[in-house]
Design a protein around this ligand. Structure first.
Ligand code: FEO
Length: 396
């Protein structure tokens, strides 16, 4: 599969309908993904990024159907992560001396992955490459999301090749933002931001403002995953600015694990208390043991407050809640309130442990956690309702 985006630019990537796990098991890709690669034919011919190694043979075979590989003058490796660079070893066996444009960090990462002495050309922000009628301008995007990440702007067609930024793990043959199901698109876009870019939000804001300062005309944002933004491409840029600014909705999320449903009953009673005190707030409950972890992270991203619950097991917390706790510590969420709860039988450490972990992760603890012995009594559930009311009142 390939398709022309403009007279000069052709998409030559790979739609991966099967992918269900990305970054090992760190990210669920329920709707697959695409590895977007772009071929530019001006006076010079340029290939921007490649695809993941399992699809290398197929990718090169497809590329050969539309071009003699020897016609490729330059390769631009915007990012060394293997989902975009994985075909370089096979490709550069066929065209070994082709210059590979990348950042200084990109070179280190590519050398680290492939141990090859390719014809690297290191570039930095503002460097340009004239390819005929068009000029390519490179923009380093360090830590969006790796140290080597880079974008490339093509004049004339006014396309920003943004690599991972503005992407989504979303396979669709339609490939353009105006052609796909908008609910699916935005669900995948916010999930991608929440799970991958949250820790780098300050840098997202700085980089977007830097690029906007160039006042470049923009017809398309061509990402490395998911759809190409061609209808009002600025909408995803504005949405990123909103998401990067300690984003929150009027939502409180309750996340728990429960051995014999006692902690679940507590969470449901807390939700009742929240709704009673503030009928307008959205309250969502998720059992961490049976819910996709990345969907939970997305809901935390959207929340102004979170409540974590776990039964006590072996003087600690249940492992599903522990996993989410480790994830949120790394994601560095800002401006979110939290509290903890849990049922117990004898020692009852879980609530204190959850509270400490939430504080370590940067959440504001608004009240000490609440415990219930064994299966919560009606009296204990009423205390949970009051606990929920008090929690939501802290936002007023
Ligand atoms: Fe899509 Fe950071 O690789």
């Amino acid at each position: 599969m390939s398709f022309k985006m403009t007279d000069k630019v052709t998409w030559v990537g790979k739609l991966d309908w099967e992918l269900r796990r990305f970054h090992g098991d760190e990210y669920s890709t329920d709707k697959g993904t695409s590895y977007n690669s772009y071929l530019i034919r001006d006076e010079k011919t340029v290939l921007i990024d490649t695809v993941w190694e399992p699809y290398a043979t197929e990718y090169i075979s497809n590329l050969k159907k539309i071009i003699d590989l020897k016609e490729i003058d330059y390769i631009i490796a915007q990012h060394g992560e293997v989902d975009h660079s994985g075909t370089l070893p096979l490709l550069l066996k066929e065209i070994p001396n082709t210059p590979v444009y990348c950042t200084k960090n990109g070179r280190k990462i590519l050398e680290g992955h492939y141990h090859e002495d390719w014809n690297f050309i290191e570039v930095k922000t503002g460097d340009t490459l004239n390819i005929g009628e068009s000029t390519l301008t490179f923009v380093e995007a360090r830590m969006l999301h790796w140290p080597d990440s880079m974008m490339t702007y093509m004049s004339g067609d006014n396309i920003l090749f943004s690599n991972d930024a503005f992407g989504q793990h979303y396979a669709s043959e339609f490939m353009y933002n105006d052609k796909v199901d908008q609910c699916e698109l935005w669900n995948e876009a916010i999930k991608y931001y929440a799970n991958i870019l949250t820790p780098f939000s300050k840098l997202v804001t700085m980089k977007i403002n830097e690029v906007l300062g160039f006042n470049l005309p923009l017809s398309m944002i061509a990402t490395s995953h998911g759809v190409i933004w061609r209808e009002d491409p600025a909408q995803i840029v504005l949405k990123y600015l909103e998401w990067a600014n300690d984003y929150q909705e009027n939502q409180i999320t309750i996340i728990y694990d429960s051995m014999w449903h006692g902690t679940r009953r507590m969470g449901e009673a807390i939700a009742e208390g929240i709704r009673k005190s503030d009928p307008d707030v959205t309250v969502k409950l998720y059992n961490a043991a049976i819910t996709d972890k990345n969907d939970i992270i997305t809901e935390i991203f959207k929340s102004k407050g979170v409540l974590f619950g776990s039964s006590t097991v072996n003087k600690s917390i249940q492992h599903a809640t522990g996993g989410i706790m480790d994830m949120i510590r790394g994601l560095d969420f800002k401006n979110k309130k939290a509290a903890s709860f849990g049922s117990y039988g004898w020692s009852g450490e879980s609530v204190k442990i959850l509270q400490e972990k939430l504080a370590e992760a940067g959440f504001e603890i608004v009240q000490d956690g609440i415990k219930a012995l064994w299966n919560p009594t009606e009296e204990a559930k009423e205390e949970c309702r009051e606990f929920g009311s008090k929690f939501v009142e802290s936002f007023k």
